[in-house]
Design a protein around this ligand. Structure first.
Ligand SMILES: Cc1cc2nc3c(=O)[nH]c(=O)nc-3n(C[C@H](O)[C@H](O)[C@H](O)COP(=O)(O)OP(=O)(O)OC[C@H]3O[C@@H](n4cnc5c(N)ncnc54)[C@H](O)[C@@H]3O)c2cc1C
Length: 388
């Protein structure tokens, strides 16, 4: 068993750390305040080759994998969780195609994402279904050599800047997961409409939008994998494979929050001595470190497992554990770090209130904390997760 990163991993980590310190840290508060998508930071990621980390080499990426993506996302999220999401969005809307698409689709989507020429979005959630995605209502009706989509998607990350979306829609009357298919829908397709941008609590640099399909016609060639009925599987495998990277957003955020509070506590005095000399405060930091280091192990191991091909249904529990633990750590650590600053932590002069707002998103997206527990419990009951 080895616990060391390879030279390639370290190079990616160091490059991401430099981008985070030089470009993201100075802009993080402004990105949150203006709620504007940071195209300059996207360009820095693109120029470093980070948008192609999970795209195999034959489709234009580096094929480095999910662990390198997690390492890069972690560094970005130390300062700006939205920038971490921006990078994660190189994988979330390309994974359904990399997992289930045909060669032409992989080449098309892979080359655009890897080069940074195109951005994607992942359209699963609807007004009437979130966690219960297998009951989605958007329809795709076969019409000649194409499909006509009608329906509405909600809370779509990056929806306003996407050049294409992967939309999950019901292709036949079969209820539940078996009737669902995935489609590549370019944003300039007639009938595709961004219906509105959400006003939200955190992660405000990446817009979240409603997407409407109104008689939106796509050719059959845009049906992911060319066969109906596999969309739900593609969606679940995509979510499984990306869960450690959502965890990496939490890991980085927690590290950033703890580091900031620690520096503050060295300087701030109470009862005649620095806060760091108070044992109650020391124990808060020790607890933060315990949770962060456990998250690091789970996130790195989870991402590594994905890179070994272990992200199927029977592997899902480990990935859910990583996601749940690291994102819940982000909420707890950012809350405790804010507490260390007292009133100052509540003010917008410091980044901790932003970290805290951003962290709350992580327990909801890509499967809520409750849904992760549903997955973990199922794996225990079905003996996929076994303790000998
Ligand atoms: C900022 C943001 C960005 C997002 N980006 C995207 C995106 O890019 N693409 C996309 O498709 N979606 C996106 N989402 C949607 C997100 O995936 C859903 O919000 C999430 O899956 C939960 O669905 P819901 O909000 O409808 O809650 P519901 O499913 O209505 O759940 C409500 C509550 O009930 C709990 N619950 C539900 N079912 C169970 C159960 N079986 N057991 C126990 N508890 C349960 C949930 O945990 C939750 O606490 C985003 C959401 C946010 C907030």
């Amino acid at each position: 068993m080895q616990f060391t990163l390879s030279d390639e991993h370290r190079l990616i980590q160091e490059t991401a750390r430099r981008i985070a310190k030089e470009k993201i840290a100075p802009r993080a508060a402004e990105i949150d305040e203006t709620q504007e998508y940071p195209h300059d930071i996207f360009a820095a990621f693109r120029d470093a080759g980070f948008t192609g980390l999970t795209i195999p080499q034959q489709y234009g990426g580096s094929g480095a994998g999910m662990l390198p993506l997690a390492l890069a996302v972690e560094e970005a999220a130390k300062y700006c969780c939205a920038s971490g999401l921006m990078l994660l969005l190189s994988a979330l809307p390309s994974q359904p195609v990399m997992i289930g698409g045909d060669e032409r689709q992989k080449q098309w989507i892979g080359s655009g994402i890897a080069s940074g020429e195109t951005k994607g979005a992942f359209c699963l959630t609807e007004p009437n279904v979130g966690s219960d995605a297998s009951n989605l209502e958007t329809r795709a009706v076969r019409d000649g050599d194409g499909y006509v989509l009608n329906g509405e998607k909600m809370y779509i990350s990056g929806g306003t800047v996407a050049d294409y979306v992967v939309a999950f829609a019901r292709t036949d009357g079969t209820p539940g997961p078996k009737g669902i298919s995935a489609f590549i829908v370019p944003a300039d397709t007639p009938g595709f409409r961004v219906a509105g941008q959400d006003r939200k609590m955190g992660v405000r640099g990446v817009p979240t939008a409603d997407i409407v399909f109104e008689d939106c016609r796509v050719p059959k060639a845009n049906l992911v994998g060319g066969a109906e009925g596999h969309g739900f599987t593609h969606a679940m495998l995509t979510l499984n494979s990306c869960r450690p990277v959502v965890g990496a957003r939490g890991l980085g955020l927690a590290e950033g929050a703890m580091t900031y509070a620690l520096e503050f506590a060295r300087e701030r005095k109470a009862f005649g001595k620095p806060l760091v000399d108070l044992q109650a405060i020391q124990f808060m930091f020790a607890d933060m470190a315990i949770q962060i280091e456990a998250s690091r192990m789970l996130v790195y191991q989870g991402a590594w497992r994905v890179d070994q091909g272990h992200y199927k249904r029977e592997d899902a529990a480990y990935l859910s554990i990583a996601k749940a633990h690291a994102t819940e750590t982000a909420v707890k650590v950012s809350s405790d770090a804010l507490q260390v600053l007292g009133a100052q932590g509540y003010m917008m002069d410091h980044p901790l209130e932003r970290h805290y707002r951003d962290a709350r998103q992580l327990m909801i997206v890509e499967g809520t904390s409750q849904i992760q527990r549903v997955v973990i419990a199922r794996s225990l009951i079905e003996r996929e997760l076994v303790y000998p």
